[in-house]
Design a binder for this molecule. Structure first.
Ligand SMILES: CC(=O)SCCNC(=O)CCNC(=O)[C@H](O)C(C)(C)COP(=O)(O)OP(=O)(O)OC[C@H]1O[C@@H](n2cnc3c(N)ncnc32)[C@H](O)[C@@H]1OP(=O)(O)O
Ligand SMILES: O=C([O-])CC(=O)C(=O)O
Length: 372
């Protein structure tokens, strides 16, 4: 058996949800360029779950259902309040809270298409509330009740500080949500599919996926990018900082990708958004430092910026704490994970690869008292 380390290039599933061909990304056959420029996150959710763009009527229905289900069960809020949230990573709290939500859902263990469709809406609605509620409780404030009259992006921003977001902020958040929604068989999506491939439930699949997204080689990189920029501090420090990193063979967060070699098609949108938002917030230095990092890593290592690189400075400009960047990614990626979970259920086979054993063989057992 030939081992493919990291499963690079291995095709492990058929999917209609998204594709990456020649460094171009599509959701259900629609180019990410068209979707990022023209569509709402709710349209993308519908597309990923139904393989079609919604009609006005279908979209209105989805929006209504999402708005109606956005509230969290009170015991989940109480549970979050019972922790010292300043002492835990938000992704760890989210992983636990999503699992906990399952305990308050009477459909949690019902694995029929009808029950899963209901859970899909409920979970997609609640995940945004959960992230914003975490942020509110951590900063000693009461959670904000979600608004039924706002779009998903507007409501998400509103729940952070109970303030009506500006059109530019809503547009930026909507675009970020659209761009992060799905990405073929990335590590967290694969994790979700492996989990539900055992015919485990949707809550288990999503909880497992959160754990995989949390790591700094995957979704956790956006938080790490901002930490790197804080460490660098000033534009004049970029070059010596990177030289040291290269000399120590350390990775530069937000750069490189397993599949994209010429560039991540999502990054150009986030780069432009970062330019605009840092200008509006009067903090262009973060954008300028990012561009310099990108240029040097491209020149020295020929690695392109990935989706996590410029999303960091976008969220920073929206006034969001940097450890909440990966939770925001989670809010968007819930739509993709749910689509993949439903697709896995629709044509399931247990996912169970093999390992090549490389340990010792034919060892002679020694009794405990004789071991040295
Ligand atoms: C939403 C997302 O998940 S996007 C990815 C987010 N992750 C990051 O931004 C973390 C930084 N990037 C990386 O670690 C990698 O590029 C990954 C994990 C994204 C892809 O990894 P892989 O395809 O497994 O590539 P791998 O880690 O084996 O790297 C191949 C070579 O490129 C180098 N390399 C890859 N990425 C980087 C980087 N960001 N900085 C410096 N060197 C890098 C590696 O050191 C390695 O060099 P070597 O062959 O001399 O040892
Ligand atoms: O596809 C990957 O490996 C990682 C990625 O960019 C994503 O999940 O958006």
């Amino acid at each position: 058996m030939a081992v493919v380390k990291g499963l690079e290039g291995v095709v492990a599933a058929e999917s209609k949800i998204s594709s990456i061909i020649d460094d171009q990304l599509t959701y259900a056959g629609y180019s990410i360029d068209d979707l990022a420029s023209n569509s709402s996150f709710e349209e993308v959710i519908y597309l990923l779950w139904h393989d079609e763009l919604p009609t006005e009527e279908q979209l209105a229905q989805l929006k209504g259902e999402l708005a109606a289900q956005a509230k969290l069960p009170e015991p989940v809020i109480e549970h979050l309040k019972s922790f010292d949230l300043k002492a835990v990573h938000p992704m760890a709290a989210l992983r636990t809270a999503v699992s906990l939500l399952g305990l308050y859902d009477e459909d949690a263990e019902v694995n029929t298409p009808e029950a899963n469709a209901k859970k899909a809406i409920r979970l997609q609605a609640q995940i945004a509330t959960l992230v914003a509620t975490f942020s509110r409780i951590r900063s000693g404030q009461e959670p904000v009740t979600p608004r039924e009259d706002y779009s998903y992006a507007a409501n998400f921003l509103y729940m952070f500080n109970e303030k009506e977001p500006s059109d530019i902020e809503i547009e930026a958040m909507n675009k970020a949500l659209v761009l992060h929604a799905d990405h073929e068989l990335n590590a967290s999506t694969f994790t979700a599919r492996v989990c539900v491939g055992t015919l485990s439930d949707m809550y288990s699949g999503l909880t497992a996926a959160i754990g995989a997204l949390k790591g700094p080689l995957h979704g956790g990189a956006n938080e790490a990018v901002m930490e790197m920029l804080f460490d660098i501090g000033e534009i004049d420090n970029v070059e010596p900082y990177l030289e040291k990193k290269f000399a120590n063979k350390e990775k530069i967060m937000g750069m490189g990708h397993r599949v994209y070699k010429s560039g991540d098609p999502r990054a150009k949108f986030l780069k432009e958004m970062s330019r605009e938002l840092t200008e509006i917030s009067g903090q262009t230095k973060w954008y300028e430092m990012s561009v310099k990092v990108e240029d040097i890593v491209k020149r020295e290592k020929n690695l392109p910026a990935n989706v996590d690189f410029y999303s960091a400075t976008c969220y920073y400009s929206l006034g969001i704490d940097h450890d909440l960047y990966t939770p925001i990614f989670t809010v968007s990626r819930f739509s993709g994970w749910i689509a993949h979970i439903l697709e896995q259920y629709s044509d399931n086979r247990l996912i169970r690869p093999r390992a090549e054993y490389v340990g010792e063989t034919h060892r002679t057992f020694t009794a405990l008292e004789e071991r040295v």
